[in-house]
Write a protein that binds this ligand. Structure first.
Ligand code: ADE
Length: 411
């Protein structure tokens, strides 16, 4: 659908006003032009905050090509707005998988110098082509899922270019994955259903940084949270954070709501669907729509209908109903508007500066998965203090001396 350009401009204006760190990076880019003559291909969820990033890269001299990170997460209004500003976009809300693939192809055809990826689909496509790295200086990656794929390429000795792991930067996962996913997932569930969370049994599958955020926000809304985990360390963490930790088969039988945040396929499958209570809500906040088995749902509960936007009812032959939100895709983006602007300010400032790092140094870096340079992470932490109203204590010369002595082993 063709979006409304003016509405798109207002949406982008709103988030830019709440993304001061990225705006600061943009102002510097405008002066220094680190991307002059370069092309950046970005596969991201094409919504207002992402457009703020695209415009910052463009201000640094880049020709920016943008494709959808997921068929259901595009905001057509902002697409219309940035297209007019010269960002080349291949994204339309609800696009088919074929159109999604076509978007990736176009991004490759643009011969990018830098890739910004979310889930590593574009990086995977470059590798599948087998045509080498071309003029690519490197890629940055936004998600846990994408980093797992990059590490697999690195382990097999197949990674063609340096890739910066933005996901694991402190200023990314501690905030975006936890508070961003936490708030926006609850927002998506509430927006889709208009139901009360207080008093509900909410099962959170996965206690990584995203799962922690979702569990804490659901608990904050009064839900009784039960966590499922395969990792014993995370399981005990969840327990000591105050949640019950049970196997999915047991948890599913009590659940009013199940949210998957594991990055793994088939987390909710036939054996769990068989024991669901009538009316259970099923939502996914993991990157791919594979965590809740849609094939199992369709097979076991063949009678289905859309009952509200983003809510599909599946009726089992025994009369029980399950409600799948947002087709099992990222509920926080498909049924809501993604992470809050202040959170994406941190993530996208990291992305912009990591892309700059690749533009300046990518040609000299080995083809490995690299962390975000610590000075960038720290600079963004310092920049975040002001908007969040945080004042820092300063170590006294005495304390510094003490710490240095410990580090040098003389204490
Ligand atoms: N907005 C843009 N990109 C996003 C992401 N990866 N997660 C949540 N909200 C977003």
């Amino acid at each position: 659908m063709v979006g409304d350009r003016e509405r798109g401009r207002l949406k982008i204006g709103w988030v830019r006003a709440h993304m001061p760190i990225l705006e600061g990076v943009r102002a510097r880019f405008e002066k220094e032009g680190p991307f002059r003559g370069l092309t950046i291909s970005a596969v991201l969820h094409v919504e207002a905050k992402t457009c703020a990033l695209a415009l910052a890269l463009q201000a640094g001299g880049a020709k920016v090509h943008l494709a959808a990170g997921n068929p259901l997460t595009t905001d057509d209004d902002v697409v219309a707005a940035v297209r007019e500003d010269g960002v080349i976009t291949h994204a339309e809300r609800g696009e088919s998988m074929a159109a999604y693939q076509e978007g990736l192809e176009r991004l490759l055809a643009a011969e990018p110098d830098v890739i910004i990826d979310d889930g590593a689909d574009l990086v995977a496509l470059v590798h599948a082509r087998g045509q080498g790295r071309g003029r690519l200086r490197g890629a940055t990656e936004e998600t846990t899922t994408g980093v797992t794929r990059l590490r697999a390429l690195e382990r097999d000795g197949r990674l063609l270019f340096p890739a910066i792991n933005v996901n694991d930067a402190a200023m990314k996962h501690l905030f975006d994955n936890r508070y961003g996913t936490g708030q926006s997932t609850v927002e998506g569930i509430v927006a889709a259903t208009n139901l009360l969370l207080a008093g509900k049994v909410a099962v959170v599958a996965g206690y990584g940084w995203c799962g922690r955020g979702v569990a804490s926000r659901l608990a904050g809304m009064g839900a009784e949270v039960v966590v499922t985990e395969v990792d014993p360390v995370r399981a005990i963490e969840a327990r000591l954070d105050g949640y019950a930790v049970r196997p999915m088969r047991e948890a599913a039988a009590r659940a009013d709501l199940i949210v998957t945040v594991t990055g793994r396929p088939g987390v909710v499958r036939a054996e769990h669907l068989a024991v669901l209570k009538d009316g259970c809500l099923l939502a996914n906040a993991g990157h791919f729509d594979v965590e809740i088995s849609k094939p199992d749902l369709a097979r076991l509960a063949p009678a289905r209908r859309i009952v509200r936007p983003n809510v599909e009812e599946y009726r089992f032959p025994d009369g029980r109903r399950a409600y799948l939100l947002a087709e099992g895709r990222l509920v926080n983006l498909a049924a809501a508007q993604g992470h809050p602007a202040e959170i994406m300010d941190l993530s996208f400032a990291l992305q912009a500066r990591s892309a700059e790092h690749l533009a300046r140094h990518g040609a000299e870096l080995a083809p490995k998965v690299w962390p975000v340079p610590p000075e960038i992470d720290l600079a963004i932490a310092r920049a975040a203090l002001a908007p969040f109203g945080v004042g820092l204590e300063e170590a006294t010369p005495e304390q510094l001396k003490y710490a240095n002595a410990w580090e040098s082993g003389t204490e």
